[in-house]
Design a protein around this ligand. Structure first.
Ligand SMILES: Cc1cc2nc3c(=O)[nH]c(=O)nc-3n(C[C@H](O)[C@H](O)[C@H](O)COP(=O)(O)OP(=O)(O)OC[C@H]3O[C@@H](n4cnc5c(N)ncnc54)[C@H](O)[C@@H]3O)c2cc1C
Length: 435
């Protein structure tokens, strides 16, 4: 019997952990495992804001696939279509060629991209915080604004370059605003020509509280902590229109602003929409054993799949979090093996362990196993959690070293300039294969 061909699409939390579990559970050569991934790393997204803020080096949160996966073949490219009847994935390789990849078992884990709305100017002027390119771009962009403001004699230009807006009060938006605001405040020492009072940060969300996942008390705590730092937080407010140098809010305010970061939600990777399969809010509908209906050989999980949340019950589906993607990966790998051996599959069931949110500067809020924490204890739990869950020893060691170096020596404020020729729009930097 030829070894079954297992193909995984995407090497994020879900895809990487499926491959790793398969490698550990299967004897060498018992199956041919292949992973389609556009980059050579698995990205630890929760620490992206710290890359943007210069606390961490980009490589510290990128787990090297060639080192971490020893028996899995990397197909460097992106899935642009799936023929479920022919059991073939169409892959656009990174050199532009398109090749078919056949499978006996397919595991779909392409994650999500930033969800946007038809807000005038958002696509032209908004930035995202979903991948390494966006984090590195944003860091360069923010430092460039301070450099240009310092070099300008025009008060209006200086105000717009020092005005920063983040849309979205979930963990991604809060961490981005908190960490980047600290960067700009501390950077003022290097820009003596700029009045520190010019730097303004605004965080808006249509909801009536921050970080709803953490409960009301920690949401209010975060609001006060960030407010004391000088971040203007507006709840029940969103973005109405964006131009190159202004942000128009739904409460009527017009902010001078050349940096707007959009973190208001995610939507599944575009390749999912190319498939002839049922979706719920764009996520692939799967059963509790992570298989899509009528296709027992196809599994889907992570942000791209609407996985029933059996712990919450009812019609609830698991929220798009790294915690669920990682746990689902274990179930998916076990069920792939069971399906190959003709054994029954098991259902995915996981009780949420809580969330950690790093606000930078020694501050954090967290709710591990339901216990609300803030301040230094939350910071210790947050950093300990990240060190435990970062992929591989190199990433953990690098991250620990970066934290120590940053605490001792501060920010180097280096603007790399690699992305100067790109506009840094969401459409430029996010992964849109299959669209
Ligand atoms: C700033 C930020 C902070 C976050 N903080 C937390 C947190 O504190 N706790 C938490 O639980 N979650 C957090 N999350 C959410 C978490 O990162 C996601 O839920 C998680 O990454 C989902 O895992 P995934 O494997 O489904 O997708 P991803 O990790 O996004 O991986 C998908 C991979 O597939 C690749 N891909 C996309 N399309 C294709 C294609 N067509 N072909 C091949 N490959 C493709 C992508 O490039 C990517 O590498 C955060 C997210 C962000 C952006």
């Amino acid at each position: 019997m030829p070894a079954p061909r297992i193909v995984i699409i995407g090497a994020g939390f879900a895809g990487y952990n499926v491959a790793r579990r398969l490698e550990r559970s299967l004897k060498p050569h018992a199956a041919q495992i292949r992973i389609v991934a556009p980059f050579g790393y698995t990205l630890y997204q929760p620490l992206l804001p710290q890359v943007a803020a210069g606390v961490l080096d980009p490589r510290s949160i990128a787990g090297p696939l060639h080192r971490l996966l020893r028996q899995t073949q990397l197909i460097p490219g992106s899935a642009v279509g799936v023929d479920l009847d022919a059991r073939t994935v169409e892959v656009a390789l990174i050199d532009g060629r398109t090749v078919p990849v056949d499978y006996d078992r397919l595991i779909l884990c392409p994650g999500s991209v930033t969800r946007t709305f038809d807000i005038p100017g958002l696509h032209e002027h908004g930035h995202g915080m979903k991948n390494l390119a966006e984090a590195v771009y944003l860091r360069d962009h923010v430092i460039a604004q301070l450099e240009l403001a310092s070099a300008s004699h025009d008060p209006a230009e200086r105000a717009a370059r020092c005005g920063f807006l983040v849309v979205g009060g979930g963990y991604s938006g809060v961490e981005t605003a908190a960490n980047l605001q600290l960067l700009t405040v501390k950077a003022m020492r290097r820009f003596p020509r700029l009045d520190p009072a010019l730097v303004s940060w605004t965080l808006v969300d249509v909801a009536d509280r921050l970080l709803p996942e953490l409960g009301e008390r920690l949401g209010v705590d975060t609001l006060h902590r960030l407010g004391r730092r000088g971040i203007d937080i507006r709840l029940g407010v969103s973005l109405e229109r964006l131009t190159a140098d202004t942000a128009h809010l739904t409460d009527g305010r017009v902010l001078p602003c050349r940096t707007a970061v959009w973190t208001a939600g995610v939507t599944p990777a575009p390749v999912i929409a190319t498939m002839k399969a049922a979706t719920e809010r764009g996520r692939l509908v799967v059963g509790a054993d992570l298989r899509i209906s009528d296709r027992p050989e196809v599994f889907a999980l992570g942000d791209a799949a609407a996985v029933p949340d059996l712990v919450t019950g009812g019609d609830a589906v698991c929220p798009p979090t790294a915690q669920h993607a990682t746990r689902q990966a274990h179930t998916a790998a076990d069920n792939v093996i069971s399906s190959l051996l003709g054994r029954p599959t098991r259902e995915y069931r996981h009780r949420d362990l809580g969330l950690v949110v790093d606000l930078g500067g020694g501050q954090a809020v967290a709710r591990p196993v339901g216990v609300p924490l803030s301040g230094p204890p939350a910071q210790a739990v947050t950093r300990g959690y990240h060190l435990l869950t970062l992929p591989g020893l190199r990433a953990k060691t690098r991250t620990l070293g970066d934290w120590a170096l940053h605490a001792l020596a501060g920010d180097d404020l280096i603007r790399l300039g690699f992305l100067d020729t790109r506009t840094g729009r969401l459409a430029d930097l996010e992964h849109t294969a299959g669209r």
